[in-house]
Design a protein around this ligand. Structure first.
Ligand code: GLN
Length: 493
């Protein structure tokens, strides 16, 4: 049974089609592994009964020869930021800890329609704010990659840390994540898996708990580039319920995986190589460059001069939008409520009790940068610099097809170290992911090598707007060349 949790989606589809395994068997194997690995705290809510029911009806459909979804019988997990009808959706917060949505997000609905089976809702940083999954009201998630002593002390990254840990540990075959400033790519790197933040506007945000609406994007996380391509194909596409989704056809992303990158021009921006760059990260980056070169790609040095402003611009814009989005949690319409003597006091009590410290910090920062006296100095200026960052990418994509850069400045850190870092120090972890978020371009992170301590390190391939095709093409070739084994860290015992 245990080998079932090591399959890629493509391998599982093949076995399901040949009737060598059933969806029920596949689902049971994952449920058994979830039970074994509960200490990782990857899931906030497990839905094994629902999963087995879905699996049984999937098997019945197959037996009857009924039309099947493109991901029929594949067990997945959803980040607990996606509204799932009738199933608690918490955003890893206290304030939404008893929220049961009366509707389903577009992306999870599409995955359901494609025949996937939902194993449960996975952990995240509270309201997707963070890079460690330590800020969850439901406790931190652990990285399934053990430290040098064999202990599970490392963070999985975040905010989609539950998704990354679950995928890496074989607790699902793929998962939804969301990425506002790196929340798919950084945890993918920390856990040795693949994840893509598609172009802003590729996937619907309808039914995803909003953090920063001009940045939030849904995306898949899985154990191979092809699995991500298959998942994204089902998740993406026009949605009348979200006006920011592009009305463009969704290409067959998996068809991009030709393995051929000959003649592709890959840009290497020197701004991503600051003098103090972590030696392990630098080494893996050099390895990625060498592998693409060997595969026939042309490597070109480029410059994205406004990169250094991305982090402060991101934190101004993301906090501003968060302060506005989170104003809806007032204890009146839904969410937990703490009463007070007056209406204002009730709001205050509810929000003080319901939000964690990181969320409160961001609401305060966001309210400050949007306040009448400081709006122009911070918010307007940040918007202007965002435009310059966007133009950097536009310019560079006149000469290259894609960029290759690190996903994160370090491998996974220990939860202990994280707890002692200042908020600003933790924000520095987003230095390589926020530029693509601000520009809205697609970026995929895939594991390329290990640090000296044996921890995974991922690289990002950043592409042109709506050119996920090229991103997948390059990622597929790099994955083959790097031959990274994504499954050495199954939970023991
Ligand atoms: N780590 C970043 C932050 O804390 C990104 C979060 C995200 O992408 N959701 O804002």
């Amino acid at each position: 049974m245990s080998e079932l949790i090591n399959l890629t989606i493509t391998e599982a589809q093949d076995l399901l089609n040949k009737k060598e395994i059933s969806a029920v068997e596949l689902t049971k194997a994952h449920i058994a592994e979830m039970e074994k690995a509960r200490f990782l705290n990857a899931y906030i809510t497990e839905t094994p009964e629902l999963a087995l029911e879905q699996a049984a009806s999937s098997d019945a459909k197959r037996a009857q020869g009924a039309p099947l979804g493109r991901l029929e019988g594949i067990p997945i997990a959803n980040k607990d930021l996606y509204c799932t009808k009738g199933i608690r959706t918490t955003a890893a917060s206290k304030i939404l800890s008893n929220f049961v949505p009366p509707y389903e997000s577009t992306v999870t609905q599409r995955l359901k329609d494609a025949g996937t089976i939902m194993l449960g809702k996975v952990n995240t940083d509270q309201f997707a704010m963070g890079g460690s999954t330590v800020t969850s009201y439901f406790g931190a998630t652990k990285n399934p990659w053990a430290d040098e002593n064999g202990d599970y002390t490392l963070v999985p990254g975040g905010s989609s840390g539950g998704s990354a840990a679950a995928v890496a540990a074989g607790l699902c075959m793929g998962a939804t994540g969301s990425d506002t400033g790196g929340s798919i790519r950084q945890p993918a790197s920390f856990c040795g898996i693949t994840g893509i933040k598609p172009t802003y506007g590729r996937c619907s945000r309808y039914g995803i708990v909003a953090f920063a609406s001009s940045l939030d994007q849904a995306g898949p996380m899985a154990r191979s580039v092809k699995d991500c391509a298959l998942l994204l194909h089902e998740m993406a596409g026009f949605d009348p319920k979200d006006a920011t989704v592009a009305d463009l056809p969704v290409p067959d992303f998996a068809a991009a995986l030709t393995g051929d990158v000959r003649g592709k021009k890959i840009g290497i921006p020197h701004e991503y190589r600051p003098s103090g760059l972590n030696a392990d990260v630098a080494k893996v980056w050099d390895k990625g460059i060498a592998l693409l070169k060997e595969a026939g790609a042309e490597i070109i040095d480029v410059s994205l001069p406004h990169t250094k402003y991305a982090l402060p611009v991101y934190y101004i814009i993301a906090c501003a939008e968060a302060s506005s989005n989170l104003s809806r949690y007032d204890g009146v319409r839904y969410t937990t409520r703490v009463d007070g003597k007056t209406l204002d006091e009730m709001y205050e009590n509810t929000r003080t009790d319901g939000f964690g410290p990181e969320v409160i910090r961001r609401i305060l920062l966001g309210t400050f940068v949007l306040s009448a006296g400081f709006y122009d100095a911070y918010y307007t200026r940040a918007q202007r610099v965002r435009r310059l960052i966007y133009e950097d990418f536009q310019n560079v994509f006149q000469t290259v097809d894609a960029l290759l850069v690190p996903a994160a400045p370090t491998p996974a850190l220990s939860a202990e170290a994280f707890q002692h870092m200042s908020p600003v120090d933790t924000y520095l972890g987003d230095v390589f992911t926020t530029p693509a978020s601000l520009a809205g371009v697609p970026a995929l992170s895939l594991p390329i090598g290990l640090s000296q301590q044996g921890l995974p390190i991922g690289l990002q391939i950043i592409g042109k707007h709506f050119d996920e095709h090229t991103v997948f093409q390059i990622a597929g070739a790099l994955e083959q060349a790097a031959a990274f084994d994504t499954k050495p860290h199954r939970v023991k015992g």
